[in-house]
Design a protein around this ligand. Structure first.
Ligand code: PMP
Ligand code: GLU
Length: 397
């Protein structure tokens, strides 16, 4: 605790995903042969047709402030994308473009959560949701799940978690960190509970929508009775391998979009203009232009599933989407490995880093303390090498 700093920042945890990525980077710089399976970041280059659009935007002198909520033609392209991929009808005044889906999410939380409001987080959940709720002085209420239910919550659990103070719930399918995907029927059963509580708003984070291995992801706002209170979040980072370009967006009820626009106008203004021009070209392209990346992720998913299944104490599901495995590794708790006492997933993740030079992320900050997140957005060679190191380290334990 530093007394000069605000309570807000003193109480804010460091992003566990970014912290592990930074640690892995530092160790690499020190010459350690680190295999980084920590960060959720496609290892592909941004497709050439998108890079060309960005170069053209620079040459066309896109260099001024853009409208705070994004160029109109980009917001129109986003509306077309929502119609094409998600069967959602939005108009440009319902869209706000931001500096990554992370900012989109933070805008929404700050725009609608008051101090003391309860926010439901089906666990496991992405690390930053809880931090954003804390920044808004809301109260996170976790709804636990486990590998036995494929990391999905039930309608009864949802009903039990709702109180008169509940303001918001986060859904994220395909999910980071579990890779699980809610079917339309499963979502409908949850929507039936929410239909009885009309004051609760829903964030549907769909950033992994295209990284799906069987079938299509379903958008929560596509239920007519949920549309008016659902904020759909998406972005270019994952589907288009554009994490560093920083472009995310929302489709939302117009009054929420207006509030996010106001928030952003006092913090960062419009998103980088070059990224916005490139985003138009990316979103207007048929989804088939990026399917080669999904095909590759699918091959790696099969490979890693086969390899990890051979390791004792890794209790796995086969994720339907995203690019993470999230094994339950509680088998190792209470054991001593290489002289280190393993009490929890953070100890285990540290053991892998220090003794096998493999960077992963502990499930603790995802609200799933028995699990470990392994990103397979890495080359096949690195994935094979990582698993063989794991085998050596854990042999006979
Ligand atoms: N939501 C989820 C579930 C994520 O995993 C991430 C991390 N990429 C984000 C939102 C934020 O993505 P970005 O800010 O890169 O658009
Ligand atoms: N969302 C990615 C992850 O979960 C990137 C890191 C971050 O923004 O937290 O690893």
């Amino acid at each position: 605790m530093n007394p000069v700093l605000s309570n807000r920042i003193n109480n804010l945890p460091i992003s566990a995903t970014l912290a592990m990525a930074a640690l892995a980077r530092t160790l690499k710089e020190q010459g350690k042969d680190i295999i980084s399976l920590s960060l959720g970041e496609p290892d592909f280059n941004t497709p050439d047709f998108i890079k060309e659009a960005a170069k053209k935007a620079i040459d066309d002198n896109y260099n001024s402030y853009s409208p705070v909520n994004g160029y109109l033609d980009l917001r129109q392209a986003i509306c077309k994308k929502f119609k094409r991929d998600n069967n959602l009808n939005y108009t440009p005044d319902q869209i706000v473009v931001s500096t990554g889906a992370k900012q989109s999410l933070a805008n929404v939380v700050l725009a609608i959560v008051n101090p003391g409001d309860e926010v439901l987080l089906p666990a496991p959940y992405w690390v930053s949701y809880d931090a954003m709720v804390n920044l808004a002085e809301g109260i996170s209420v976790e709804i636990p799940s486990s590998i036995e239910t494929d990391f999905k919550i039930t309608p009864a659990q949802l009903e039990a978690a709702i109180t008169p103070k509940t303001k918001l719930i986060f859904f994220n399918s395909p999910n980071n960190p579990s890779g699980s995907v809610y079917s339309k029927e499963e979502y409908r059963a949850l929507a039936d509970v929410l239909a009885k509580h009309p004051n609760i708003y829903i964030i549907s984070d769909e950033i992994y929508e295209h990284i799906m291995y069987d079938g299509k992801a379903f958008s929560f706002a596509a239920f007519d009775d949920m549309y008016d209170r659902t904020i759909t979040i998406n972005g270019l980072s994952k589907a288009f391998a554009m994490t560093g370009w920083r472009l995310g967006y929302i489709g939302a009820p117009a009054f929420i979009a207006k509030a996010c626009n106001k928030m952003q106008g006092q913090s960062t203004s419009g998103t980088n203009c070059i990224a916005q021009r490139a985003a138009i070209v990316a979103l207007e392209a048929p989804v088939s232009r990026i399917s080669y990346m999904v095909d590759e992720f699918k091959n790696r998913r099969s490979l890693v599933h086969k390899l990890l299944s051979e390791i004792k104490g890794f209790n796995l599901n086969l994720p339907a989407g995203a690019f993470y495995f999230f094994p339950d590794i509680s088998y190792y708790f209470g054991k001593t490995i290489k002289g280190k006492q393993i009490e929890n997933a953070s100890d285990f993740s540290m053991l892998l880093l220090e003794e096998a030079y493999i960077a992963t992320v502990s499930g603790e900050s995802f609200g799933a303390p028995d699990c470990l997140r392994i990103s397979y957005a890495a080359s096949e060679d690195n994935l094979k090498e990582a698993v063989s190191r794991l085998k050596v380290l854990l042999d006979g334990i």
